[in-house]
Design a protein around this ligand. Structure first.
Ligand SMILES: CNc1ncnc2c1ncn2[C@@H]1O[C@H](COP(=O)(O)O)[C@@H](O)[C@H]1O
Length: 347
């Protein structure tokens, strides 16, 4: 049962202006969005009526196989647009003021959806769904299982959409941590930075098997790292020396068992070392935790007070893939919010 201070803390974390920088679109679909998508499709695909998210995810393998189901819900452009709009609305309702969504372009020949039309649907949704209080930007993901040719095709799309829209800001390496190799894909990331000026973020050392390729990932000097769960000596030295911001996804790590408990979470070290990090959700739909809840968890687990929570959120602004003018505006908004809400800082 929540006591009074719990609900006060939840209320504070909901109202706190926040940055979300690591949110996979298809992992962020809420149960109500999934139900709405099932309702749209069940006539043509009755099997979807039996679609349900497992109550508990036993290991990271379960987690990646879950996306095979979710992808049946977003297998045409209209569903992709609908899903993206819902995700944006929900982050805005959770007090997010600057959102960087990410997604992997996906084709579906049966529905006539191409990677190009998939991205067009996402970008259209972002442009149409700009909220009064929240800016949304897009990071385009390259899946670890891609061939170099596929990865280059994704970079081509990022470059194409950069010509007609200002929402694409970065390129990400994601996907099943046990598959693929970064080395094969490295030229695509280098081209994304050189030709598009895109920022690069890489899912990094989520499991021990990723450690051997860590020097290769760090060699491109990523602008941010996702998770960075396991820091071997070389990675720790490099990540700390280069002050690379880490996208922290506590619930995702605990649910997918890459971190044993919240108390053991590596954000503890980052807090102690004052190393840059951003609290994020990863897949709020799959793991059932929105961003304000991640702030509640960080506060409860590591004893952070409201000023420290504000600082964590405020510092995150420096690490987003936006221009300086946008960052300055966000900082001014955050400070104005703090000034207007002094009463919330009294627990
Ligand atoms: C444990 N955390 C994670 N580690 C690595 N990749 C992840 C992930 N969570 C999600 N994805 C990647 O994002 C895709 C779903 O969103 P999009 O279809 O791109 O919008 C997943 O298929 C996976 O490739």
């Amino acid at each position: 049962m929540t006591n009074l201070s719990d609900s006060n803390l939840s209320d504070f974390c909901l109202k706190l202006p926040k940055i979300e920088a690591h949110a996979h679109i298809n992992g962020s679909l809420s149960p109500s969005t999934m139900r709405a998508l099932v309702a749209r499709k069940v006539d043509v695909n009755p099997e979807l009526a039996a679609f349900e998210i497992p109550d508990s995810l036993n290991c990271i393998d379960d987690f990646f196989s879950l996306f095979k189901f979710i992808y049946q819900l977003t297998d045409d452009e209209a569903s992709v647009t609908f899903a993206t709009q819902k995700v944006i609305e929900e982050f805005a309702a959770d007090g997010v003021r600057y959102l960087e969504l990410r997604t992997t372009p996906r084709a579906n020949a049966d529905k006539g959806m191409t990677k190009h039309s998939y991205l067009q649907a996402v970008i259209q949704a972002i442009e149409q769904q700009q909220q009064a209080n929240m800016k949304t930007r897009l990071i385009i993901s390259i899946d670890r299982r891609n061939t170099l040719e596929e990865a280059q095709e994704t970079v081509d799309l990022a470059l194409h959409f950069q010509q007609c829209s200002n929402v694409v800001v970065g390129v990400d390496l994601c996907g099943d941590v046990m598959k693929g190799s970064f080395l094969a894909l490295k030229p695509a990331f280098e081209r994304a930075r050189q030709q598009g000026g895109f920022k690069l973020t890489l899912h990094f050392n989520e499991v021990a098997e990723n450690i051997p390729e860590a020097p290769e990932l760090l060699s491109i000097r990523p602008d941010r790292l996702g998770h960075a769960t396991l820091l071997d000596d070389y990675s720790r030295t490099t990540v700390y020396q280069q002050a690379i911001p880490v996208e922290i996804c506590m619930t995702s790590n605990v649910f997918s068992k890459t971190v044993a408990t919240y108390e053991d979470h590596h954000v503890k070290q980052l807090l102690e070392e004052d190393h840059p990090f951003i609290l994020c959700t990863d897949d709020k739909g799959v793991f059932g935790s929105d961003l304000s809840n991640e702030y509640v968890l960080a506060a409860k687990t590591f004893g952070l007070d409201r000023h420290q929570l504000f600082e964590a959120s405020f510092k995150s602004i420096d690490y987003v893939f936006a221009d300086q003018e946008t960052k300055d505006q966000l900082k001014a908004d955050w400070l104005a919010w703090k000034k207007d809400n002094q009463d919330l800082f009294v627990a």
